[in-house]
Write a protein that binds this ligand. Structure first.
Ligand code: MN
Length: 194
């Protein structure tokens, strides 16, 4: 039987310390993402979604009022897999010119991303995307994802509390700073732009 397999973490779980702890990753990847994967596999059994690739499950269930649970779990599987690929040890630092030039300067990009990510009320995601050939920052709430809106994701930050609460408690802005300054895998982001 077809099933969405687990996505391995693309780095050692202690390699992002002190900016993201091994405990956070053990819960975030090992429990939260694992639960979305299990829920999705359970929900699609016997449905039209059973044999679809993940991308197709998301784009199709986004338009299906009877498949909200499938959409939420499938989108969260995609979002988390994409998010973990956006992280790396010794990341952040120099923002690629193709991105800074889209915003005018690195300061403008950083300020816009921080404003967007801190401004999400409740759970959601801050994204750098390519939308009609324009590089932009957008946010989505809960499980929503750019690929459900025909928008190409380039980079994302998970700002659900489970992403940072163990390390930063209520200080979401400090988590965003740590992500931008020390964790972003710009090589992965540049591969998405091509
Ligand atoms: Mn998460």
């Amino acid at each position: 039987m077809f099933s969405i397999t687990e996505f391995p973490l693309p780095f050692n779980e202690s390699s992002l310390m002190p900016y993201m702890s091994d405990t956070t990753l053990q819960f975030h990847h090992g429990k939260h993402l694992a639960t979305y994967i299990k829920n999705l596999n359970d929900l699609i059994v016997g449905t039209e979604y059973e044999a679809m690739p993940l991308y197709e499950i998301i784009t199709k269930s986004a338009k299906d009022q009877n498949a909200k649970k499938i959409f939420n779990n499938a989108a969260q599987v995609f979002n988390h897999n994409f998010f973990f690929k956006c992280l790396t040890q010794n990341g952040g630092c120099t923002i690629p010119e193709i991105i800074t030039s889209s915003f005018g300067s690195s300061e403008t990009f950083i300020n816009e991303f921080k404003t967007a990510a801190t401004g999400i009320f409740g759970s959601g995601w801050a994204w750098l995307v390519k939308n009609n050939d324009k590089i932009q920052i957008i946010t989505t709430l809960n499980a929503d994802t750019p690929i459900a809106h025909d928008i190409k994701p380039l980079m994302t930050l998970d700002v659900w509390e489970h992403a940072y609460y163990l390390d930063y408690q209520n200080r979401r802005a400090d988590f965003i700073d740590a992500f931008l300054n020390n964790l972003v895998n710009w090589d992965f982001v540049l591969e998405q732009i091509k």
